[in-house]
Design a protein around this ligand. Sequence first.
Ligand SMILES: C[S@@+](CC[C@H](N)C(=O)[O-])C[C@H]1O[C@@H](n2cnc3c(N)ncnc32)[C@H](O)[C@@H]1O
Length: 218
Amino acid sequence: MNEPRPWQREADRLGNVDPSDPTGWFETLWASATDGQVTTPWDHDNPHPTLAAWAPDDRLGSAVVVGCGLGADAEHLSRLGYRTTAFDVSASAVAAARARHPGSSVTYAVGDLLDLPHEWRGGFDLVVEIYTVQAVNRSVRSELTAGVRSLVAPGGTLLVIQAVADEPDEDGPPWPLTRSEIEAFGTEGLESVSIDELAVSGPRGRSRTWRAEFRRPS
Ligand SMILES: C[S@@+](CC[C@H](N)C(=O)[O-])C[C@H]1O[C@@H](n2cnc3c(N)ncnc32)[C@H](O)[C@@H]1O
């Protein structure tokens, strides 16, 4: 077995410290990353390859990136022509994203999927969720999934990219998604367009990844 990297050890420790606050540890981790104590695998300048390969329809409009980290996916959507908002629960991540992209057209904001501002609900033609839900303990999975769904405007699209689990595994972070967990995005007013399991190459080798698309009828 590979030796865990420093960020993984830190994420493992922080992610399991306080089960009553399943997302609070992200700020601690991002603050450590910002002052150079740990690096994270989320420090990348290119969009996720699956998002980069994904072709939007012609309508563009508004987009939101959930759990945006350092903003590479949001900047990609902005370059495509979307009016893009990107949010993260970690104020340090949002500050680092703003600093990394001076002059950006993206609106970066601190925001919590578990406590979304009312005006964001149903507010976006495209919602992109990459690796946020899997990064948080299963204890709040259905609430996070509902939060993602709630952002999609009538007629809008939701694109979800997550690691694949065959069985629910409590040994995270991360906590990859089973088929029924990915299918849950396509409920409560959203319809499934496609759910594909891909083999994606990344800096840490090949991994099994869900690429799932959903739509809210107009
Ligand atoms: C594994 S990282 C992925 C970052 C980015 N999406 C990427 O793919 O590079 C998960 C991100 O979700 C953020 N996050 C965790 N819980 C959140 C919540 N409840 N609301 C918003 N963002 C959250 C974390 O701060 C972190 O930046």
